[in-house]
Design a protein around this ligand. Structure first.
Ligand code: NAP
Length: 248
């Protein structure tokens, strides 16, 4: 029997580099996965077709639309009758040099905070009754090394991820003992998002990382699976997957 057999996991931002790897790892471990997408239903269905196991479902999870998230909870209840794991992986950002305050306009700040901070809270709020009923509920918030280092794509993004780690603690306290809540904080991961950046910059980031490279999406995904399968007395914590980058 696989470790997560019988469990149902909802993953937001599943069409992204990390979200796709997390869906694959959870499905590999035996979970039925709700592949949560925003704009790219076609990518979600393509991922669905590739996942190991069966019983997976693609559902729209625009994390800034609480009405749709309410319908997501109803769909998960109707379809699976349960939800054991929520992975808040949806996130947004745009590169703005930290010193260039004028380019960090209000619309960008609002969009980052609505997606990266309000989004995870809204998803937990929508799915909390199902997660509590699970008896073994877990929320994993994908934050970032930027929460700790304040080095990241822009100032608002770094602040949004610090807020995620903070709300992980509040939610862990509020939802205990039925539901654990943990942040997974990746360093720069080798996803499509990062592959669009200059090679020289990526090389520099790898060189500044004690383990000498960027994170693999699969390594971030394994941290999520480990929280569900092995780290069962962990809540309100931040698990780094960053190769020791803050040490240098
Ligand atoms: N890659 C890294 O180096 C890295 C490092 C640390 C932390 N992270 C965090 O890891 C998470 C995933 O990153 P990634 O590299 O996989 O990024 P990505 O490839 O850009 O994926 C982001 C995902 O979030 C979805 N999304 C964006 N806005 C949304 C909204 N309003 N509602 C629902 N979904 C939304 C996107 O869907 P659409 O494209 O359809 O909008 C996409 O599926 C993010 O939270 C990111 O901040 C990434």
């Amino acid at each position: 029997m696989k470790a997560l057999e019988g469990k149902v996991a909802v993953v937001t931002g599943a069409t992204g580099g990390l979200g796709g790897a997390i869906c694959a790892a959870l499905a590999q471990a035996g979970a039925r996965v709700v592949v949560g997408y925003n704009r790219r239903a076609d990518a979600a269905h393509a991922l669905l077709a590739e996942l190991p196991g069966d019983g997976h479902l693609a559902v729209a999870t625009p994390v800034t639309d609480s009405a749709v998230l309410g319908r997501l909870a109803a769909t998960v209840q109707d379809h699976f009758g349960r939800c054991d794991l929520l992975v808040n992986c949806a996130g947004t950002t745009r590169f703005v040099a930290h010193a260039d305050l004028d380019s960090l306009d209000d619309a960008l700040i609002d969009s980052i905070l609505a997606t990266n901070v309000r989004g995870p809270i809204a998803c937990v709020r929508a799915l909390a009754p199902l997660l509590k009923a699970s008896g073994d509920g877990l929320v994993v918030n994908i934050s970032s090394i930027a929460a700790r280092t304040a080095m990241g794509s822009n100032i608002a993004y770094c602040a949004s991820k610090a807020a995620v780690d903070n709300l992980t603690q509040s939610l862990a306290r509020a939802l205990a003992p039925q539901v654990r809540v943990v942040s997974v904080a990746p360093g720069l991961a080798d996803t499509e998002f990062v592959q669009g950046l200059a090679q020289a910059w990526r090389d520099e980031q790898a060189a500044r990382t004690p383990l000498g490279r960027l994170a693999l999406a699969a390594e971030v995904a394994r941290a999520v699976v480990a929280l569900a399968t092995h780290l069962t007395f962990t809540t309100g914590a931040v698990i780094p997957v960053d190769g020791g980058r803050p040490l240098s």
